[in-house]
Design a binder for this molecule. Sequence first.
Ligand code: HEM
Length: 400
Amino acid sequence: MDPVTDWTTDFDITDADYQNDPYPVWDELRAGCPVATSDRRIRTVLPIRWDDISAVAYDTEHFSSVDVGTLPAPSGTSTLVAPPITSDPPFHTAARRILLPHFSPAATERARPHTEAICRRLVDEVADAAAAGDGTVDAAEAYAQHIPVGVIAHLLGIPDDDIPTFLDWAIRIFQSGEPAIIRIATKEILAYFADQVAQRRVEPSGDLISALLEADLDGSPLTDKHLTGTCFLLLMAGIDTTWSSIGAALWHLATHHDDRDRLVAEPELRPTAIEELLRAYAPVTMARIATDDAEIGGCPVHAGDKVLLPFPAGNRDPEKFERPDEVVIDRERNRHFAFGIGIHRCLGSNLARMEMQVAIDAWLDRFPGFTIAPDTEVRWGGTQVRGPRALPVVLQPPTG
Ligand code: HEM
């Protein structure tokens, strides 16, 4: 793809510099044209103001979730069906209702002990790895990326031995940027879950997949396509998102020692700080398809256009937040939309918050003086889910 010379009419969210540092582009768009367009792939519209993003998210009549990927589906593939995220009302309401009890605050608390055990094991492994080497470890690779996958595998009732395969799928889907690789990984995941569903039909095992087999949608059991699509969604929605958020939080604390030291000294501030880190480094951008001609912030949109919902840009809108580009770890008023807004608002937000709290607690309690490794450049990436893709840290500051 050609480099971008005009972000207002020819933006490209796969641009590596944009992924690494989108803030100057958002500032430029806000000052000039807050609803950008691009014809590089299918015609795509990028609103970046909070009000415009939330108006689209709420308007399910004109903006459908039938295709929520930020890039067009690879040619020759049909769009994935992964309820509830790929559905519109009224089907969405019923498909979401089935999942809600499994992600309630009470259900989330039941997953806490397992999450704590994962984090305890990981910090031990990280400490051992640092001691065995030169003291540097990659906190994204050795820590953040293992937490959500372990939690969701446990909820779904998947054997621990399959966790590396899950991780590999998540990396291929969210980080390869290669349509052929994404297509193959998607097929593999759906085949894997078809097999898991078939096993539970013969022998239910008290896990989430078994519960979904018992579920009732308007008087009928869920179809196999619905079941495997939902399992795909739960796997993919929970992994890269949460590990990107944990990674972003650790990156911030590794590079802002005042904030790190304050959270070490005042652990009661951590939940507030996590909300601020979610706001400032929100990882997820979603998409909708315009079902009809419409307008966003006064700009025309045509039926069939892809409309991006960059929640991370809305979270830095100066109309909504004071000092939006600063991380204020004790920010009191913080109604961010890192978890989206409207009917598709994140179903796993309780779980994600619990995972972040446990992960940050375990890390800070063990490595209170950790810092970014010297002479490293941390690159951020991702079109749909953005986070630091490598995070080399030194666990204790050098002495002397
Ligand atoms: C920090 C971590 C996470 C972030 C930032 C995040 C963000 C989001 C966002 C922005 C949406 C809205 C999608 C849209 O409007 O189209 C969403 C939906 C969703 N998320 Fe999350 N998510 C996170 C973690 C999780 C986890 C751990 C799970 C559960 C395993 C999960 C499950 C879902 C599901 C099922 C939906 C679809 C809800 C619906 O369509 O009604 N997410 N998430």
